[in-house]
Design a binder for this molecule. Structure first.
Ligand code: URA
Length: 432
């Protein structure tokens, strides 16, 4: 079977067979299929989509491209959460310790930044010493000892996704339902979790811009999970404006720690508690969402979640002093305010453009092998619905270069100040 024929079939809108999908995945992993053909296949899939059958076959072929983790030696119901990616979305970082502090094992396999969105692994690497690449046996041992770990997919978890993910990032083929669904679910099935909560983002800063597309993605993800016997549900949450105030790796770690101290903005705190409540109910430790939420809140109030975070950081080689001394993470040389040019109410903050601005400052990758600058990013001083006066600081640019005129121009073009703003809804729907 020639790869060019498989590309041709997909390019012309045909439905691929299980064998054709397997040939593609095998060739990607073995290196027999060159990047240019993989890229062409991804672009064809982007435009022609896949049927439910093809999506499941692609997921299973990618899942089987590597190891299947056996978590059975870890007692208890293992619960994980995955997000489809957003701007300022650092939920995993405080969420895992909150849930683990309740005695629920959280074996979390996370990703790197993709497109304009940040990645949990990149953020955690802002903490001096934190290792995201640990062996499978160390991963299992850490979840047994500490109750949680946040790591990258080891070389052997869905290696097909590793290659495809990196190519999608640089070929503008990220926001495709079959490619997102197979990427997420191949890793989640391979990681052996019992239950999964998926946070599907919707809006300007999400890969899915409309509620309809987000719902289709949520259904595809949940359908694939349930198809293999995983307890799986999704929420659709808003990503029109950045989540929380911090965008950028070290800045988002600081905000995650603030959340665990009960000092973070309301939107990110609410989302983390909502996701945590679903995870706790799925684990069987609470009878309903209200009880679960109160349990999650208590882990913040009594400091047990913050301690868990410190334990995880230390177990993965990081410096737990980051909790009280965030300045041990890389710091930006310049903090440059963006001042409002008029008075009114902030009516729109385009999340994707805030993410791109942070990426252009060095916080994200423009090419697959770019080195990140962990210090840079953006802190929102005003969000949608906030009143502003001319001259107020809308946001602060954290930069290691003094001249940020290009960034300012981009940011100004994407923040709207009007007479009023539409009410903001954080959580749109639940999909089961
Ligand atoms: N997260 C993933 O793991 N894969 C995607 O494609 C998007 C978000």
């Amino acid at each position: 079977m020639r790869m060019v024929d498989i590309i041709d079939k997909k390019r012309n809108g045909g439905e691929l067979t299980k064998e054709e999908i397997q040939t593609f995945v095998d060739g990607v992993v073995s290196g027999e299929i060159p990047d240019y053909q993989t890229s062409a296949f991804l672009m064809a899939t982007y435009f022609k989509d896949m049927t439910d059958e093809e999506r499941s076959e692609l997921t299973m072929a990618m899942m089987k491209s590597g190891d299947h983790l056996d978590l059975s030696s870890i007692p208890g119901m293992k619960v994980d959460k995955h997000s489809t990616g957003g701007v300022g979305d650092k939920t995993s970082i405080p969420l895992a310790p909150i849930v683990a502090a309740l005695g629920i094992p959280v074996p979390m396999i996370s990703g790197r930044g993709l497109g304009h969105t940040g990645g949990t692994l990149d953020k955690l690497e802002a903490i001096p010493g934190y290792q995201v690449e640990i062996s499978e046996s160390d991963f299992l041992q850490q979840v047994k000892d500490q109750g949680l770990a946040i790591v990258g997919a080891t070389g052997n978890i869905a290696p097909a996704d590793k290659k495809i993910y990196a190519l999608r990032d640089v070929t503008d083929t990220v926001d495709s339902i079959p490619l997102i669904a197979s990427s997420i679910m191949s890793k989640k099935i391979a990681s052996g979790t019992d239950a999964l909560v998926i946070d599907v983002k919707t809006g300007a800063g999400a890969f899915m811009k409309t509620l309809d597309d987000s719902r289709e993605l949520a259904k595809a993800l949940v359908g694939i999970g349930k198809g293999v016997g995983m307890d799986c549900m999704a929420i659709i949450s808003d990503m029109n404006q950045p989540l929380g105030n911090a965008i950028g790796n070290a800045l988002e770690i600081k905000e995650s720690i603030d959340l665990l101290k009960g000092e973070a903005p309301a939107d990110i705190t609410d989302l983390v508690l909502t996701l945590g409540s679903h995870m706790v109910v799925m684990s069987g430790k609470a009878k309903d969402l209200d009880e679960a939420r109160a349990m999650c809140e208590k882990t913040i109030e009594d400091g047990s979640a913050l301690k868990k975070f410190g334990d995880m950081v230390a177990a993965q080689g990081g410096d737990r002093n980051v909790i009280d001394h965030p300045e041990i993470m890389p710091q930006a040389k310049f903090k440059i305010p963006l001042l409002a040019k008029s008075s009114g109410v902030v009516s729109q903050v385009e999340a994707d453009e805030m993410g791109i601005a942070s990426m252009l400052l060095g916080g994200g990758r423009q090419k697959a092998d770019d080195q990140l600058d962990y210090a840079v990013g953006i802190m929102m001083n005003k969000k949608v619905g906030d009143a502003v006066k001319e001259g107020d600081t809308l946001l602060t640019i954290y930069s290691n270069r003094e001249d940020v005129a290009d960034i300012k121009e981009r940011l100004y073009a994407n923040i709207e100040i009007s007479a009023s703003a539409k009410p903001f809804t954080l959580i749109h729907e639940t999909v089961r």
